[in-house]
Every structure is written in C-alpha cells, then in structure tokens.
Design a protein around this ligand. Structure first.
Ligand SMILES: [Fe+2]
Length: 333
C-alpha cells in the first residue's frame, strides 16, 4: 500500500540510456543546503487568473523572487555534477516540441547527488511553506531532476515562451549569473491564455516571439545557488538568448501537490509525446498512483444510500484522467 502523503518512490531500476556517474559527491542537507525565504511572491490572482480557473488549482501561489537554496559547498558540488552529466544529456532533437536547446532530463537517474537533492525532505518542506500547499518531489523521474544548459548556437533562446508540463518547479542558477550577458529569466505578468493569444501560439511552441516589454518581468538571480519557485503550469515564462557565449547551467527540480488525491495539473498527455527513455511508463506510474489515491478517497466516501447516477458520476470523475491517458497511449504509433 502506498502512502499518498509522501512522494511516489523512484522506480527500482532505470532505462539503459542513462549512464550513472562513476564518481560524485554525497548529498548532505546540512552541508549543501542554505535555505532562505523569498521576499516577494505574486499570486495567480495578481496575474489576472479568474476565480473559476484558480479553483481547479491546489494553491493560488504564482511565483516568488529568487531566494538562496545552496550553500557555497552545495554550489561547488552541484556544478561538478551538472558538468559531468553534460556529455550524457538528452539528444536535443525530437523531444517535445524541441523547445530546449540543450538539456538533461532524468538527471536523477544519472546522479545520486542530484536525486537526493531533489528528493530532500528539507527542500520540499521549505517550498511547501512558500507555496502554501504541501509539495513533494515529482513522481515522474524525467522531470523530477532536470538540467538546462545554454545551446551551442547562442542565437537561439535558452528557452522560449511557454508554461511547464509540471505543476510546480524551481529554476535554480548553478553557474554564476553575474558572468552572463543576456540569458535572463523572464515571466509574463498575465495569464497563460493572454500570453499565448498575444504570441499566437499554444502549448509549448513558444518560438522566439516578443511580448510587450511593459508586461514582462525579469527575475534577478543574486548569485549561483539562488532559485525561485513557480506554479509552472500557470506561469508563462522564458529564458532569453545569451548575447555572448558563456556557461549557463540551471537546475529545474519539479514538484507535485500532495496528498496524491489533491488537484494535479501535470500535463501527462503532452509529456507522452516526449522521446525520453521510459517516459510513458513513468507517466503511467504517475497517473495510476494519483488515481489510486482518488479511488481510496472515493471508497471512504461512498454511502449505501447513494443513487446509481451519483455513484456513476463519482467513479467517472475519479478515473477520468487515467482513461484519457490510456487513450493517448493507445494513439501513440
Ligand atoms: Fe519552464
């Protein structure tokens, strides 16, 4: 029996395409973390989301400013690990809409240090307090621990306008942001739908189009080891192109809402088109786990006086996401 108040354990094996690092530091929360509070937060209401949309979310939290996450020892160890993984990053072609130039998803398969950092209870509790909702490390390993590197061709944006396929994520600067010309992280001060309408795009296909500067905020990163939290499924954001070739590494640990029967905006339908090894089994585990939690809740709620139509509606609501995901899997060729 799974504990729906804790993150789903990682699978007990991993796809062959991921090479584990032979040598790496051991993650020690007391040594590598230096968690501080953000000083500013924007809510979904501030960004213009309607109450009807917010009601489908587990939290009204939008995004925060950058706050310290890693100690100087943590930055040094994280840099060592991310640089070692660079040679085993995902193929830049054929994953999703090929939005990201250069990246390593599933980095927790490659590095025990990264996996333990992303799985840290101290980190999850800290982020939960900021978001005002209980968060746990994301159950899909491909996105639980992601690394973005600057593309070799700096005329390309590091990451174009989009919302994330996960519910919550941190964007943390691993390299020194002061050494960068360009490469800023920007947020659209509006709703996802508004941003997409202004660009004429949808989903993850943001392109390199511009939004009105008056509606765009740049998130300052004071130093390496600082990151910010966002409800990524609702924040329209991008990482700008570099103006000079430089090392720019960001770590993107993702989180989902707990307990597992609570609302979840993870976009498994979109992610099932990604080419990451094992991705559809990872997504199936996520949907089965969360449906199990909803079914257990329904089991406790059913009354012997419930009418057939009421029971049918409750069952359909509980398994709807799971059957939609199965339909999507069947359509994959
Ligand atoms: Fe993103």
């Amino acid at each position: 029996m799974h504990n729906f108040h804790r993150p789903l354990p990682f699978p007990n094996h991993h796809p062959e395409a991921y090479l584990s690092l032979a040598r790496e530091p051991v993650f020690e929360p007391g040594k590598h973390l230096a968690l501080e509070q953000p000083t500013q937060c924007r809510s979904l209401t501030d960004l213009g989301y309607a109450n009807s949309e917010i009601q489908t979310c587990a939290s009204t939290f939008g995004y925060s400013n950058a706050f310290r996450i890693l100690s100087s020892e943590g930055v040094a160890a994280m840099t060592e690990v991310c640089e070692a993984i660079y040679d085993n990053r995902n193929d830049s072609l054929g994953t999703g809409a090929n939005r990201l130039g250069s990246y390593a998803r599933g980095a927790g398969y490659r590095s025990r240090f990264l996996r333990d950092f992303c799985d840290s209870v101290d980190l999850a509790e800290h982020l939960s307090a900021i978001a005002g909702v209980e968060l746990g490390r994301h159950s899909v390993p491909a996105v639980a621990c992601g690394i973005n590197y600057a593309p070799d061709d700096i005329t390309r944006a590091v990451d174009s306008w989009h919302v994330d396929s996960v519910n919550f994520d941190v964007v943390m600067m691993v390299t020194d942001p002061a050494a960068l010309k360009g490469g800023e992280f920007q947020v659209f001060e509006g709703t996802r739908r508004e941003g997409e309408a202004l660009l004429g795009t949808s989903g993850e296909a943001g392109g390199t189009l511009q939004l009105p500067a008056s509606r765009v905020s740049t998130i300052p990163f004071p130093a390496a080891g600082y990151g910010f939290l966002q409800q990524g499924s609702h924040i329209f954001h991008r990482a700008c192109r570099l103006l000079e070739k430089a090392k720019r590494i960001t770590l993107i640990p993702s989180f989902e809402v707990l307990p597992a029967h609570d609302p979840d905006t993870t976009n498994t339908i979109n992610m099932s088109d990604w080419s990451d090894p094992g991705i559809n089994a990872e997504l199936a585990r996520h949907e089965v786990w969360r449906a199990s939690a909803r079914l257990e809740q329904l089991l406790d709620a059913i009354q012997l006086t419930d009418e057939p139509q009421v029971l049918a509606a409750a069952i359909r609501v509980t398994v709807d996401r799971l059957t939609q995901f199965a339909d999507k899997l069947e359509a994959i060729r």
